[in-house]
Design a protein around this ligand. Structure first.
Ligand SMILES: CC(C)(COP(=O)(O)OP(=O)(O)OC[C@H]1O[C@@H](n2cnc3c(N)ncnc32)[C@H](O)[C@@H]1OP(=O)(O)O)[C@@H](O)C(=O)NCCC(=O)NCCS
Length: 184
């Protein structure tokens, strides 16, 4: 395990601001590897997602983890029925805050280099993203959403994420985190 303070001493988390070619990144998942090597600049340049990378301090050309963020919303189309959406509203809001949709940010992708997995970095990055929106909530953003890979569901549950719909056999599961649950 790497402590938060050692992580911060050794690594930087920064926006991927320029077109850079990333040759070496392996998180063990071919799609996530391909995205950061070949597709990330297209998404960023068209404002479709903002990529953030973890690099060693003073060594910006090698990345050790990345995630992408994009605006999202939770609305009725995320639920199998109106009544499921109403249940969600009832569980989280007073009646006067029953809206047609709720502003969210989506973690499009999250990947840690194979060699560094299981050391707490994924957990730390989720904490960072939570604080990023709670401490500087520029536009109003209540939830974090993501499509969790089946193998990563437990990891997200441990970090406070819940299913938006009942779990099924799909390869990914829509999960959310309520930013009101962050203590500052
Ligand atoms: C899933 C991933 C982001 C987790 O990041 P990480 O830095 O390895 O996770 P952490 O070290 O913070 O793990 C925290 C806890 O979750 C558990 N965990 C991590 N990945 C897990 C997985 N795939 N399945 C089950 N549990 C997992 C760890 O055992 C740890 O539990 P513990 O504290 O009781 O020991 C990372 O392993 C990864 O990049 N995997 C490959 C790509 C991927 O699946 N991305 C998710 C896309 S939705």
């Amino acid at each position: 395990m790497i402590s938060e303070s050692n992580f911060l001493k050794e690594y930087d988390i920064q926006k991927l601001e320029e077109d850079i070619s990333i040759v070496d990144f392996d998180c063990g998942d071919a799609d996530l590897n391909d995205f950061i090597k070949n597709e990330v600049n297209l998404y960023r340049n068209q404002f479709l997602a903002m990529p953030y990378v973890v690099t060693k301090k003073n060594k910006a050309d090698e990345i050790f983890a990345y995630f992408t963020l994009a605006n999202d919303k939770i609305s009725v189309t995320d639920f199998p029925s109106n009544s499921q959406f109403n249940k969600f509203k009832k569980a989280n809001f007073n009646r006067e805050k029953y809206l047609r949709s709720y502003p969210s940010v989506k973690i499009g992708r999250l990947a840690i280099s194979k060699d560094l997995q299981g050391q707490g970095i994924g957990t730390y990055l989720l904490k960072f993203i939570k604080m990023f929106f709670v401490a500087d909530n520029k536009t109003g953003c209540r939830f974090i959403t993501l499509d969790a890979y089946r193998g990563a569901v437990e990891f997200y549950k441990r970090n406070g994420f819940k299913f938006l719909q009942a779990e099924d056999d799909a390869p990914t599961q829509l999960m959310y985190f309520d930013l009101m649950n962050v203590n500052i």
